[in-house]
Write a protein that binds this ligand. Structure first.
Ligand code: PML
Length: 235
């Protein structure tokens, strides 16, 4: 099996990223071409740097998990969407100050990965500019098809459900996310209860980002190691 990762940037600023796990080397070329096409046609601009990384991974190291149940909550505007988001997060024991802090981080944008906040509001990611990127993940072809064919979500959902399902299975309390694609305004919150897509969680042209909320006694080195390195396939 092979992990294939792409990231594209311009003048050092992140533009886009994608990754998957393929089970045979015959899929490497096709997938790589798709990723390059994606990098070159991204709405956030043309990159001056594209990095493609292909690594063999051992089948026995892969953890297979079920995807979080997906639910879409339609909101008429950002204000309504953020109220809904707050309610879901509060249900998980995350207080108002923390929620405000998290929205401030994602609205500032520009991070390649996620910020990690504990319940005291401390930021635990070692590199505050870059954040922590969840890597070595993929959805199965069947899950991708189910999401797209039944209009449960979009291509962005397919990528994000892999991230969300992995982080929640590793003990993260909740994930808050808006897209760094300028025009993509649907964001989500993931908790142990599901992946809640929330329309209009940001306005068009606004920036995006990710925050993971974790317990105060989290073993942060272990969590970051697993987020980055432990291969997961989400079915
Ligand atoms: C991103 O672009 O990485 C964030 C994706 C948000 C996806 C929300 C959805 O399911 O539509």
């Amino acid at each position: 099996m092979f992990s294939i990762k792409m990231r594209a940037s311009k003048k050092g600023n992140h533009i886009s990223g994608a990754e998957t796990i393929v089970d045979d080397e015959k899929y490497i070329e096709l997938t790589t071409n798709e990723f390059i096409k994606r990098a070159l046609s991204h709405e956030n601009g043309a990159p001056d740097f594209i990095n493609i990384k292909i690594e063999r991974i051992n089948k026995n190291e892969i953890t297979y998990i079920n995807h979080l149940p997906i639910k879409t909550i339609n909101c008429k505007n950002k204000e309504e969407a953020r109220e809904i988001a707050k309610d879901i997060l509060k249900n998980e024991g995350i207080n108002d100050d923390l929620i405000k802090k998290a929205f401030k981080i994602i609205d500032k944008g520009g991070m390649r990965g996620a910020s990690i906040l504990n319940l005291k509001g401390e930021r635990l990611e070692p590199d505050k500019e870059r954040g922590v990127r969840v890597k070595n993940i993929s959805t199965t072809k069947e899950l991708k098809e189910k999401i797209l064919k039944n209009n449960i979500g979009t291509d962005r959902t397919v990528d994000a459900i892999a991230i969300a399902s992995k982080v929640i299975s590793l003990g993260v309390i909740a994930e808050l996310c808006t897209s760094d694609n300028k025009s993509y305004t649907t964001g989500y919150i993931a908790t142990k209860d599901g992946y809640f897509r929330i329309t209009n969680l940001k306005r068009g042209n606004e920036k995006g980002g990710r925050v993971f909320f974790v317990k105060n006694d989290v073993n942060i080195d272990d969590l970051i190691y697993k987020l980055e390195n432990k291969p997961y396939i989400v079915k």
